[in-house]
Structure formats: C-alpha cells, structure tokens
Design a protein around this ligand. Structure first.
Ligand SMILES: [Zn+2]
Length: 308
C-alpha cells in the first residue's frame, strides 16, 4: 500500500526540520535519506529522549551508540525505527555524536552519524531536615547501607535486552508532585545530594501502581529507600518506587501498567509520607516527569508513533 505509507513518511520528514537545527551532520556519512527526529526537541541533562529514525533502505536491524550507551532500535513501520535513550544529570552541555548502524536484508551495512545538542536544564536547590541516623548512621546502620549498595549494584547491572514497556508511561498515583527531579538538597545543613526522582504528595496507604509493563526485580525493605519496588521494563529501563508502607508484589512477578505495586508510606529516609518515583536507564537516573510526558508507541499498534 505505497500511498498509505507515503503519508506518515512525508509528515515525519516535515516535522524533522526544526530538529535538524539542533543536529548538525558530522564525520563520515553514508546514505542520503536518513532522518532523525528527537522528542522532546530540546535535549537536556537528566532527561529521557525518544529517537525516531527513518532509514534510507529497508533494514533488518538498526542499532546505535550515543554517549557510551548502546541503543537498540525497534521497528515501527516501513523504514521507521525508534529507541528510548537518556542523558545523565552530569552530562555537560555540548554536541554528542549519534552513530547508527543498519543491516539490510542482503547483509549490507549502512552507517549514519550526526551530532545531537545537549543543553543544560535548570534544577533548584532546597534545604531539608531529617533524623540524624540518615546523615550520620551508626556502624551497624552503615553495615546495612553497604549490604543494600551491593544488592542494588547487582539489581541495576541486570539488563534484559527485550523491550517489555509498551505505549506511554502513566503516573503511579493520581496526585500532585512536591519535589521535582534534579533538586540539589542540603540535609541538616551538611549532607548534599541531588534528588534523583520525583516526589508525589500522597498520604499514607495510597495505592501505587506500575508506570508500565515489566518484571519486578526487587521488592524488599532497604535502609534509605524504605520498602522499595524496582520494575525492569526491558532495554535497560527501570522504574523504582520508594518509602512504601506495604509491598503488593513479589520479585519475579510480571506487571502491567496500572498493576498495584504497594501502598505509599514514609519508610526509609523520608521527611513524611510521600511516594518517590525514580527512573533509571543504563546506569543513569532520568527525570520521571519527562518520561511520563513522552508519546510512546504501543507494542500492539506500532504505527502510533509515525502518525504524528
Ligand atoms: Zn524523593
């Protein structure tokens, strides 16, 4: 059906134009009809990014690298592919090369490279007061913290290559947010940290649901995080739910978007009941609010993304 396929392709190219202002071609370049579309168009440190690529030929596979991360692209329609990526908070503003490698049905490799501009996001600074045990833990508490770190290292190093998430991500609770991602925090006037998640203003025992489809890889109490759930959405993307009063899922359990994972609370290092949602991608924390805003394709209707 060539007529139907032409429409989304043409629209994809038209929408691409403003993005190209941010993406100057650089280095070796082969293939004339590549197009890379970025959502959101302004890429900042700490934010997830959806990359939509139109390749010059019909490909069997498409992979890429960007800032040391491996990108696995999923096919959508025709010559269109997409991948979810992200920029760490620590990334300095600048231009970073995106290298793409496609393989055609006959085994031929097609390469493309262009730079993507990363600009600086503005994140606020706040002062907080918490119990002393969280800024000056006892030797016993330090043991627990060390054990947690080893467990988290193990959990975070697991990457299931297949995509489990499908469609856009949805909020874990229906509530206002209090503390945004990226806030620089000073605990008790001394300890400094950066808020690597998004806080929701919820009272105790509010049902908390999974933001998308995935597998529960951690559901247990931790020292700072309190009762904590980690869901693996595939391709290195994890969501974390902290300070829960009660866990409603078990490790190894499959969940869908909206599956209850626990009840909100104030366990761990928390100034009061709230939900801390974090999003981790290939070793870096990303802004959950930005992920929730991304229009993402559904696994069952792959054309959704190119329709824009
Ligand atoms: Zn938080």
């Amino acid at each position: 059906m060539p007529v139907i396929r032409m429409v989304p392709l043409r629209i994809a190219l038209a929408v691409c134009l403003p993005v190209c202002a941010f993406a100057a071609p650089a280095g070796p370049q082969r293939g004339a009809a590549w197009s890379v579309r970025i959502t959101p168009q302004r890429v900042v440190n700490g934010a997830p990014v959806l990359l939509a690529v139109t390749a010059p030929a019909t490909l069997n596979s498409l992979s890429g690298t960007w800032m040391g991360h491996e990108l696995g692209f999923d096919h959508s329609t025709g010559n269109n592919w997409f991948a979810l990526a992200g920029v760490s908070l620590e990334t300095k503003p600048g231009k970073y090369p995106l290298k793409l490698e496609g393989v055609t049905a006959s085994g031929e490799k097609v390469l493309f490279e262009r730079t993507l501009l990363v600009t600086a996001a503005k994140y606020p600074t706040v002062k907080l007061t918490v119990s002393k045990e969280f800024t000056a833990p006892s030797p016993e508490q330090q043991e627990k913290i060390k054990a947690d770190q080893e467990l988290k290292h193990d959990v975070f190093s697991r990457v299931s290559p297949e995509r489990e998430w499908s469609g856009s991500f949805s909020a874990p609770v229906n509530a206002e947010t209090s503390d945004p991602f990226g806030t620089r925090r000073i605990f008790n006037g001394v300890t400094k940290s950066v808020h690597q998640g998004l806080d929701y203003r919820v009272g105790p025992n509010t049902p908390v649901s999974a933001v998308n489809r995935g597998t529960v890889i951690l559901a247990r109490p931790l020292y700072f995080e309190g009762n904590c759930v980690v869901i693996d959405h595939g391709q290195g993307l994890l969501s974390l739910y902290m300070h829960l009063a009660e866990l409603k899922v078990k490790e190894g359990q499959q969940v869908e978007r909206g599956t209850p994972v626990g009840l909100s609370g104030a366990t761990g290092r928390a100034t009061g009941p709230h939900l801390h949602l974090a999003v981790r991608w290939q070793g870096v924390y990303l802004n959950p609010a930005a992920l929730l805003k991304l229009p993402l394709p559904d696994a069952n209707s792959k054309a959704a993304y190119t329709r824009k």
